[in-house]
Structure formats: structure tokens, C-alpha cells
Design a protein around this ligand. Sequence first.
Ligand code: HEM
Length: 143
Amino acid sequence: MDEKFIRRIEDSFSLLAPRGEELVDRFYANLFARNPELRPLFPPDMKNQKGKLLASLVLVVKNLRKPETLRSALLDLGARHEEIGTRHEHYPVVRDTLLDVMGQIAGDDWSNQLNSDWAAALDFVGSVMIEGQKAAAISPSAN
Ligand code: HEM
């Protein structure tokens, strides 16, 4: 991850973060409208989950310059998704829905460059989480 890439992600997130609640509201509304089969994986009341997703996006952006910290947090998060029963093919669905919603929220400030930067960032997130899922599938935790 080069400096310019990290800067673009950080700067664009400062456009999105003040509207973070709207972002996650729209994200789940879109996700479930397009993929109703995913709804039952989540709890009926989505309030906490929305907060957790937003917090995890903040964590990603804050730790782009600390790859080892980021990697270890994402491996753990991936392991929890193995317990939840998330399938690997769900990650591109989540990525594309997030990209669409980010573009809607940022409006004229969004660009093809930002779209491809965020696609790369979310692919990185997904690939490390899948690594964490695979590790958890081999050695399931005791809880
Ligand atoms: C960018 C990738 C993703 C991020 C950053 C993310 C983030 C999170 C976070 C932070 C949690 C809360 C974990 C906890 O409470 O310990 C969570 C839970 C969950 N995630 Fe993800 N997730 C991602 C991808 C996915 C995918 C691809 C699916 C598949 C549909 C998914 C489905 C779920 C479900 C079902 C829960 C549990 C909700 C509950 O029962 O409370 N996530 N996710």
C-alpha cells in the first residue's frame, strides 16, 4: 500500500465518516434488498451490528499504516465470521454493496479512482478475513 493510496482512502473516509450512520443504514438496506437470503444470518435488531460495521471500517482506515495490527484484527474478525457461517463468496457481495453506497453518500466527490482504491482496500480486508476464516475452520476455537 503506497502513501498516495493510503492518503486517498483516509481523505475520502473523512467525507464518509460524518455520515457513517446513514452509510451503514443504506448498506444493510441494500444488502438485504439484493440478497434476501442473507437477512436470517443477522439478528432481528440491527442497531448494534450497524455500529460494529462502522467501527470496523474506522479501524481499517486508522490502521492502514500499521499493517501488522490491521492484519491481526482482520484475522480475528475473519475467525468470528467462520463461527457465524459467512461464506467466502459473500465477500464480493458485501464489497460491491459498500462501494455503491459509498458512492451514493460521497456524491460528486466520488470518482473512478476512489472506487478502485476502495475496491482494492475491501479486497484486502476480505482476503485477510478469509484467511482468518480458513485458520478457524482448521482449528475451531473452544468457545
Ligand atoms: C468487509 C468485510 C466485513 C466486515 C468489515 C465485517 C464486519 C463485521 C463485524 C465488525 C461484525 C461484528 C463481530 C462481533 O460481534 O464480534 C460482523 C458480524 C457479522 N457479519 Fe460481518 N463483516 C464483513 C463481511 C461479512 C460478510 C461477507 C458477511 C456475509 C453475509 C457478513 C455477515 C456477518 C454476520 C451474519 C454477522 C453477525 C451478526 C450477529 O449475529 O450479531 N460479514 N461483521
